[in-house]
Design a protein around this ligand. Sequence first.
Ligand SMILES: CC(C)(COP(=O)(O)OP(=O)(O)OC[C@H]1O[C@@H](n2cnc3c(N)ncnc32)[C@H](O)[C@@H]1OP(=O)(O)O)[C@@H](O)C(=O)NCCC(=O)NCCS
Length: 187
Amino acid sequence: MQVETSRLLLRSWRDSDRGPFHALNSDPVVMEFLPKLLTREESDAMIDRHQERILAGDYGFWAMEERESGAFLGFAGLFRPLFEAPFTLCAEVGWRLARAHWGKGFATEAGRAALALGFARGLEEVLSFTVPANRRSEAVMQRLGMRRNSAEDFEHPRLPIGHPLRRHMLYRISRASFVPPNRALGT
Ligand SMILES: CC(C)(COP(=O)(O)OP(=O)(O)OC[C@H]1O[C@@H](n2cnc3c(N)ncnc32)[C@H](O)[C@@H]1OP(=O)(O)O)[C@@H](O)C(=O)NCCC(=O)NCCS
């Protein structure tokens, strides 16, 4: 299955995505707030993990393509976190774009479509999390109408104690508070 928005196609992964996906996963600016740059093998394994979930009918991050140009932009979508925390029986919404495609509203457009799909499929709530320094990602969450309760900030269990990226903020949105996309306005 795939999802179309005004400007984007959110689809399952293709072999031709592997090169450009590794390029963004090895860009230090894109990866500034993520634990490490990925090798080609790690980047490919990430594609495989998400594709497996998508093909199984579960949530996995989709490859994101610009409809007009067919360009591969990055990923976005819903996912069930693999680590354990009090809130991880949930779906998260996430995004990662090649730097050339920042500043165009693509992450927000994709995030809104992902939330619409998740809520239509029966999710009651969707979460998102990032480090406080990742202002761009936090701004996407806020544009989507997600809210943070700072009492829920948490230490990411996948990172060692003392790691500078360990502290995360948690944002939430409920089905009731979600404003669905409006294709007429191009959102
Ligand atoms: C997080 C990330 C996806 C955000 O990308 P982004 O381009 O800032 O976010 P959007 O795609 O929603 O674009 C919003 C920007 O586009 C602008 N914009 C231009 N045209 C627009 C349109 N048609 N609709 C909405 N916004 C538009 C907005 O004004 C905003 O600009 P600003 O940042 O100058 O305020 C990107 O920085 C990224 O990939 N980072 C690296 C990976 C990462 O950290 N992922 C999150 C891990 S938790």
